[in-house]
Design a protein around this ligand. Structure first.
Ligand code: AQP
Length: 342
């Protein structure tokens, strides 16, 4: 089975990204052919600093490798290194409804936050995301719950393409974890932990030092009761139970049972210890990996080469079906400039 997912190289990666997505990427290597992409083109849809973006790609690559991605068992690459992604994005626009893009929750939230310019890129973000996945004919897309709507849209796009131009693309399905699909802000547990929309004190970053992690968890907002149970009236405690269940690789009910009667103070301390133990090895490996930029670039370059050979085949089929460019010459994904000139 082919599994594809992408992650933005923006900001500092947090516990929500780690639990909802990165953990699944590492597992994907066991379950199939894992293809992971650092989506720097997506990062240009909101205001950003050009030099910081380049650094952030390497930060994210180092983080993914530190979490357990192994270039020998997966394809890890930078989106902008594979020009097939933006080209396929444009071609897929032909079968994407403008009204659907306007209805995307992420577009509505992020466009409302822009002060100066709502870029067209922000509107087309989910079409590029569809191109990322469909270029690899991936069957499964591991994501957090916030990406459910985007994966539904990419399914619609693939279906509409196949209907209009003939069976060409695989219709992918999302893989959203049962527990940990939506880790909440520790200070405002009604909102998801997020790179751009959550509080500093309510966000645990993967690279936070242990004292910072402990402080944030001990000051996590809870209700005035003392029962450690999941309930819609107890979003703060429910969130901590979920974090603990993921880290312990157990059921939330088992966490409730174990901490029954313990009180919030003891429970928060236990969650803090668990999170520190969970993230400390990643932080250590990250520091080592991040120091060698040439090695990181080499991993991404090799990944991009492998990615291009798959995406090029899909693009050639899509162009052929759509009547774009010269008729396809079988055996070559695309004529090279050398071929054309000879
Ligand atoms: N709170 C979360 N709980 C579980 N999963 C989450 N994800 C994001 N937040 C949570 C999942 O992380 C993956 C990468 O997301 P991204 O590429 O959008 O990266 P980001 O911009 O750093 O993520 P954020 O925090 O969601 O940023 P904002 O809110 O600013 O856009 C995705 O699979 C996502 O589901």
């Amino acid at each position: 089975m082919r599994i594809f997912s992408g992650i933005q190289p923006t900001g500092r990666k947090h516990l929500g990204n780690y639990i909802g997505a990165i953990r699944q990427y590492v597992e994907a290597q066991e379950r199939g052919e894992a293809i992971l992409c650092i989506v720097d083109l997506h990062a240009t849809t909101v205001p950003y600093d050009a030099a910081a973006l380049r650094r952030s790609v390497l930060d994210t690559a180092a983080m993914l490798l530190a979490a357990g991605l192994d270039p020998a068992r997966c394809i890890l690459f930078r989106q902008s290194d594979v020009a097939e992604h933006p080209e396929l994005c444009w071609l897929l626009c032909a079968v994407t409804a403008h009204g659907d893009l306007n209805r995307m929750h992420q577009f509505k939230e992020k466009s409302a936050r822009q002060r100066e310019l709502v870029s067209a890129g922000l509107l087309f973000y989910p079409v590029l995301q569809a191109a990322d996945v469909l270029a690899y004919r991936a069957e499964e897309v591991p994501v957090g719950a916030d990406q459910r709507q985007h994966v539904e849209l990419m399914r619609d796009i693939a279906l509409r393409f196949n209907e209009r131009f003939g069976e060409t693309l695989i219709v992918p399905r999302h893989r959203i974890p049962e527990v940990g699909a939506r880790i909440m802000d520790l200070q405002e547990p009604e909102r998801k932990m997020s790179t751009t929309g959550s509080t500093e004190q309510g966000t645990i970053y993967v690279l936070d030092e242990p004292p910072a992690i402990a402080k944030k968890l001990k000051s996590a907002v809870t209700d005035s009761g003392s029962d450690i149970i999941r309930s819609p009236q107890k979003p703060g405690i429910s969130n901590l139970i979920e974090v603990m269940a993921v880290i312990r690789e157990t059921e939330s009910a088992d966490v409730e049972l174990e901490f029954d009667g313990a009180g919030y103070g003891r429970f928060k301390q236990a969650v803090a210890d668990a999170v520190v133990d969970y993230l400390t090895p990643v932080r250590g490996r990250y520091a080592e990996l991040r120091a060698d930029e040439a090695a990181l670039e080499a991993v991404l370059a090799e990944g991009a080469e492998r990615a291009r050979s798959i995406a090029g085949e899909t693009l050639a089929d899509v162009r052929e079906q759509m009547g774009v460019g010269p008729p396809r010459q079988r055996g070559s994904a695309r004529q090279t400039l050398g071929d054309e000139l000879s």
